[in-house]
Design a protein around this ligand. Structure first.
Ligand code: PLP
Length: 450
């Protein structure tokens, strides 16, 4: 019923008369935000509601997280019950039953054999944890000299120092030099000849051969792993060309490099299967995940690790000593585990990954209907995930920033990155919701010139 609810103006919620000064917002132009704060006070199904009760349709699942829609009572209840029963234990030297249930539930969704689950609290922590697992694995095999990580232009792997070293976005690293060693980068996979191509571009698999050039420069024996987002998300949805991920896999295998898929955005149904690894039929050695792991209701992330990698690390240490000197106070927090188990249960019960796959043809058809707008210069889409590239107006990113504000005022929440608008609606969306999202986009973008 949630999915087809027609939004009614909700109750007005009086925001506390708080000062705006103290909260320093992440990844936000703070001074501009505070001139006219955009607040949401409530959420249900496909909609946010501002403090006055005005509905704003959610085109990006909050931030790629609320895959089953907002306000799921089952998750709220599971979290509440868990907090009343056992509010907190760390998982150092002891743990709690739901942590094992959650790990098992995740392992049933990951590709075969990627069934050892390390819990963290965010995508950024998942990335840094995966880097440490990779290093520990090579060291345990007597190849501790493998310390070079390969990443890709325009990559986003979170904001902790490991992820910053992998960053292919200069803004995310330019102010923080000196601490994180920049990773050698493959070229990104956007090509002018493939604009407006549906699904995977037909050409560009050869870009994977960049890895051979980097191997020639750094020496295969020094390289630990290659990190890629199967679909580069935060940079505007770059869908991998056909054959590209397969080629990366083959080169990694030939040279003993591990392949890590960062599925923080693409995990949990975004591409029509549980993970993009399954949609693209390429099996990585590790998968990082977060966001929709709890439907966004609790902070949580995880790394799914190939059992052989886990065993190599764990079996290399004496039985009564810590095998992997890493972990967080909140790793496998009881409330997060409860949210995770409840969210995965909803995904299964409502068959949401298949539902998203079914909706994706209609979604993509509607997104591509915007191609006639003069301001739209490219559209890329896969599953329920789309990037709409806008012609820059003024400095790069200026139009994207303005469009995102105009869309919110017109009743649509989405993410822009540079001059690209990103859509990733919840898997519960109905065709009518997609229509509403596209209608608002058209209404706003039609006022923008080429
Ligand atoms: N990795 C990828 C591919 C992401 O898209 C993101 C966030 O969008 C992250 C890592 C970082 O996740 P978090 O913001 O939870 O730290």
């Amino acid at each position: 019923a949630l999915a087809t609810d027609i939004p009614r103006t909700g109750p007005a919620i009086t925001p506390p008369r708080a000062s705006l000064a103290e909260f320093w917002l992440p990844f936000t132009p703070n001074r501009d935000f505070k001139k006219a704060p955009k607040l949401v006070a409530r959420a249900e199904g496909m909609y946010y509601y501002d403090p006055q009760g005005r509905p704003i349709i959610d085109g990006v699942s909050g931030l790629f997280a609320s895959a089953a829609g907002h306000g799921r009572a089952e998750i709220a209840e599971a979290v509440g019950q868990q907090l009343r029963e056992l509010d907190f234990t760390a998982s150092f030297y002891r743990s709690h039953p739901l942590a094992f249930t959650a790990a098992r539930a995740i392992s049933e969704l990951t590709p075969d054999g990627l069934d050892r689950i390390f819990f963290v609290n965010s995508g950024s922590e998942a990335v840094d944890t995966a880097m440490k697992i990779v290093l520990a694995y090579h060291r345990a095999r007597g190849e501790g000299q493998r310390t070079v990580f390969i990443s890709r232009e325009r990559a986003y792997h979170g904001v902790n120092f490991g992820g910053v070293s992998l960053s292919g976005l200069v803004n995310n690293r330019r102010a923080f030099g000196g601490v994180a060693t920049p990773a050698p980068l493959l070229r990104h996979t956007w090509r002018a000849e493939s604009v407006f191509s549906h699904g995977q571009p037909d050409t560009g698999a050869d870009l994977a051969d960049d890895l051979l050039r980097l191997i020639a420069v750094h020496g295969a024996e020094n390289i630990a792993a290659v990190f890629v987002e199967p679909i580069a998300g935060s940079t505007g949805v770059l869908v991998p060309p056909r054959g590209y991920l397969e080629r990366l896999r083959a080169i990694c295998d030939a040279h003993g490099l591990l392949l890590v898929f960062d599925e923080v955005i693409t995990g949990f149904g975004r591409t029509g299967r549980a993970f993009a690894a399954q949609s693209f039929k390429v099996r990585p050695d590790l998968i990082t995940m977060a966001k929709a792991i709890t439907n966004g209701a609790q902070p949580m992330g995880a790394v799914a690790v190939d059992r052989r990698i886990h065993d190599q690390i764990v079996h290399s240490a004496p039985e009564e000593s810590i095998e992997f000197f890493h972990g967080y106070t909140w790793s496998a927090h009881p409330a997060a585990c409860a949210a995770c188990v409840a969210a995965l249960d909803i995904y299964a019960r409502e068959n949401l990954f298949a539902r998203g796959a079914e909706l994706s043809a209609y979604f993509q058809q509607r997104v591509f209907s915007l191609a006639d707008l003069p301001a739209v210069t490219d559209i890329r889409a896969y599953g329920l995930f789309a990037g709409i590239e806008l012609a820059p107006a003024g400095k790069p990113g200026e139009r994207g920033y303005r469009v995102q504000k105009e869309l919110f005022d017109a009743g649509l929440h989405l993410k822009t990155t540079g001059d690209a608008a990103i859509l990733a609606p919840a898997l519960i969306a109905s065709p009518a919701h997609i229509d509403e999202i596209i209608d608002v986009l058209r209404r706003v973008l039609v006022c923008h010139s080429a």
